[in-house]
Design a protein around this ligand. Sequence first.
Ligand code: AMP
Length: 248
Amino acid sequence: MRNLKSYAPLSKASASPSTEGDAMPESDSHFMLILGKPGGGKGTISKKILKDFSNFTHFSTGDMLRQHVREKTPIGKEAKKHMDSGRLVPDDLIIELVLDEAHKEARKGNSMLLDGFPRNIAQAQALDKCVEVELVVNLDIPNETIVERISDRWIHPASGRIYNYSYNPPKVHGKDDVTGEDLIQREDDKPETVLKRLESYEAVTAPLVDYYMEKGVLQTFSGTESDVIYPMVNKWINGELEKNKRPQ
Ligand code: AMP
């Protein structure tokens, strides 16, 4: 895997002699990130990318953490306190989880699309030690559009099914299509929490744009409609992958 740098797991618990500093075989795998404000369409654009670039595996840290919360694991219990109030979970909780996953995929020779990580410079630096990030898609969506969209998003808490009253409404208002149970608004989708998340994004995550721009791997896509933005994203990824192809 050309992307995999020598990697030592952070905790003794997950360290095994065979994974520390492994030299990996070469293969045509790539590592891509998607950056953007919470609720700014990262999930939608990611889905489109995965459909067109099927050798990429999707890994969303938000989805992973929500699964831990649903399953009430020790990580989920700790993460919930931070997530419910719109704050990032602590770095020491998230970094190891993500690097382990990135390392696992990299060892299999898979390409990966990471969604929701890194969220700050410390996370980016930790990732840099593990893999070579080649492509960063940065979505730039106006705040008003985000607040409007998020207030339309309701979920079925037991399954994690997500509905949106604008473009993916439930068959019966307020009820899950499969079970008929009540839909709720995620604690972190409530307007006051959304605003906190946007502030936190500006303060902590926006510097990542400069970080990856300096490395020459980032492209910004601005707009409000994913159907308009995506064709530009697709074209850029294709061009970059073509450019990064090494002679056989
Ligand atoms: P998301 O679905 O990506 O917006 O993530 C939902 C919540 O999970 C965030 O508001 C954070 O509390 C937490 N989270 C997700 N990814 C990270 C990360 N890389 N670092 C810290 N917290 C995260």
